[in-house]
Each structure stands twice: as structure tokens, then as C-alpha cells.
Design a protein around this ligand. Structure first.
Ligand code: FPP
Length: 255
């Protein structure tokens, strides 16, 4: 069972993967969407509590129109194809982001799957769609201010106004495709996340690589700004040894 409660993934490299094969970028997204199914299943089987996937950023609206609409289509296809598996695996599905500009039937399907899986107790699966981390923080500020006029804001009280407060902080963020950026993804929730960047482009990302990353990163020591228990202990032993040697030297010179 994985020790990571919340894993977030930036699924990058679809376009380059397709171009390398002399195919249109959209072909990469199509292949990428099949990988999404495999990784969701792996996360669910590994006992991860929450998986958040960056499927479409607020900046992605500026891509060519046909690419944008094919991403909406893929989201719809994914939900139609995977709905039963999501339900059977007790997965709770949600979308975070400003989705009101998506096609109406896509919004309706999202709301339907969200509502059917609302009482599920397994993996919290979140698609960040038309999502931006700064936008999420700003809307949380505004909602807090509106509902609590004159009240002092705390980290805890503000975080209740995020899109999906129950999933909490990110423990591990993986980005495929070779770039080393966080690209406006879950900015607040990633404050203490472990970061892992792989050159593998998303359509080639596999359950095996995912498992390998989980076990590799679980060997890292997470200190959350504190000091290492082990290095602290080693330092104390070293100081005690030095003091002991000093004392012994002093005693011998006294004789
Ligand atoms: C980044 O690759 C990827 C995206 C903007 C979209 C991610 C979408 C999928 C994985 C498929 C959609 C699946 C569902 C279920 C919605 P890029 O196009 O920026 O790649 P590049 O960096 O190589 O150009």
C-alpha cells in the first residue's frame, strides 16, 4: 500500500510524442487518454487516497480550436467509457476548474458522474480541467471575504474555500514530458510536495513506471521544514563523543 495520500500528475508530452511519430498532436492526446485509465486503476489498487490529474489548464484555452474541442471530446469519451469502472471501484470523481465555458453536454456528464459517485469512499479522483492554481486561490479569498466580512483569515479557514478542500495537500507531484515546472498547478496544495520529473512522455507513461516512482520517492525523507531525526541523532552522538574524549584527555593530563 502506498504511503502517499495525495498524488498529483501533470500529464505532459502528448503533442511531442505524436509529432515524433509524424502524427497530429491530437493523436497524442488520444493515446494519452488510454494511459489515464491505466494510471487511475493503478492508483486505486495502490491505496492512494487522492489522485489529481492536470487535464486542461486555463492557459490551454489559447490552443488551436480543434485541439481544445478534441480535449473536451476525450473527456466526454473517458467518462462514458469509464463510468461503470469508476463506480465499481468505489472511486469518487470530481472536476476542479472553471468549467462553465465547456460544452453543455460535457458539463452535464461531469455533474452526472460526480453525483453518482458522491458517496464513494475509495480513491478521490479529480480532473483539473480549465484549472489554474492562482485562480483557485483568488476565488477562495473572495469567497472567504464574502462569507466572513471583517473576520481574520487563517490558512485553515481559507483552505476550506478551495475547489475540493477534502483532498488536502499534495504529497507527491509527478510531471511527465521532461519539463521541470509546476505550471500553475495546485500552487497552495503543493507547498511541501515531493516533486518528481520524468522524461517519459505521457503516452509512454506506464503503471510500472508509476509504481517505480512511488517506491523511489517513498525512500526520500520528508522533513516539512523540520530537522532530520537521523542526522540530529548522529550530531548528538558526535558531540557526546567529542566531549567524552576531551574529558579523558583533561583527566590524563592531570595525572
Ligand atoms: C499536455 O501535453 C497535455 C495536455 C494539455 C492535455 C492532457 C490530456 C490528456 C492526457 C488526454 C485527455 C484525457 C482525458 C481523460 C481528459 P502537450 O499537448 O502540452 O504536449 P507537448 O508539451 O508535447 O506539446
Amino acid at each position: 500500500m502506498s504511503e502517499f495520500k495525495h498524488v498529483a500528475i501533470i500529464m505532459d508530452g502528448n503533442g511531442r510524442w505524436a509529432r515524433e511519430r509524424l502524427r497530429p498532436r491530437i493523436w497524442g492526446h488520444v493515446r494519452g487518454s488510454t494511459v489515464v485509465s491505466d494510471i487511475v486503476q493503478t492508483a486505486s489498487d495502490s491505496g492512494i487516497k487522492a489522485l489529481t490529474l492536470y487535464a486542461f489548464s486555463t492557459e490551454n484555452w489559447s490552443r488551436p480550436k480543434d485541439e481544445v474541442s478534441s480535449l473536451f471530446k476525450l473527456l466526454r469519451k473517458f467518462l462514458i467509457k469509464e463510468k461503470n469502472r469508476i463506480i465499481a471501484n468505489n472511486i469518487k470523481f470530481k472536476v476542479i476548474g472553471e468549467i462553465e465555458n465547456l460544452p453543455k453536454e460535457t458539463i452535464a456528464l461531469i455533474r452526472e458522474v460526480e453525483s453518482i459517485t458522491d458517496s464513494s469512499t475509495g480513491l478521490n479522483l479529480t480532473f483539473a480541467f480549465s484549472y489554474g492554481g492562482r485562480t483557485e486561490i483568488v476565488q477562495a479569498f473572495n469567497a472567504f471575504a464574502k462569507e466572513n466580512p471583517g473576520k481574520v483569515m487563517t490558512e485553515k479557514s481559507l483552505s476550506q474555500y478551495f475547489y475540493r478542500p477534502e483532498i488536502g495537500d499534495v504529497d507527491l507531484m509527478i510531471r511527465t514530458g521532461g519539463e521541470k515546472r509546476i505550471s500553475n498547478f495546485l500552487l497552495w496544495q503543493m507547498a511541501y510536495a515531493e516533486l518528481y520529473f520524468t522524461d517519459t512522455k505521457w503516452p509512454d507513461f506506464s503503471p510500472e513506471e508509476f509504481q517505480k516512482i512511488l517506491s523511489e520517492v517513498s525512500r526520500r525523507e520528508r522533513r516539512f521544514g523540520n530537522v532530520s531525526v537521523q542526522s540530529d541523532l548522529a550530531e548528538s552522538i558526535e558531540v557526546a563523543e567529542t566531549n567524552k574524549n576531551k574529558k579523558m584527555k583533561e583527566n590524563t593530563s592531570d595525572v
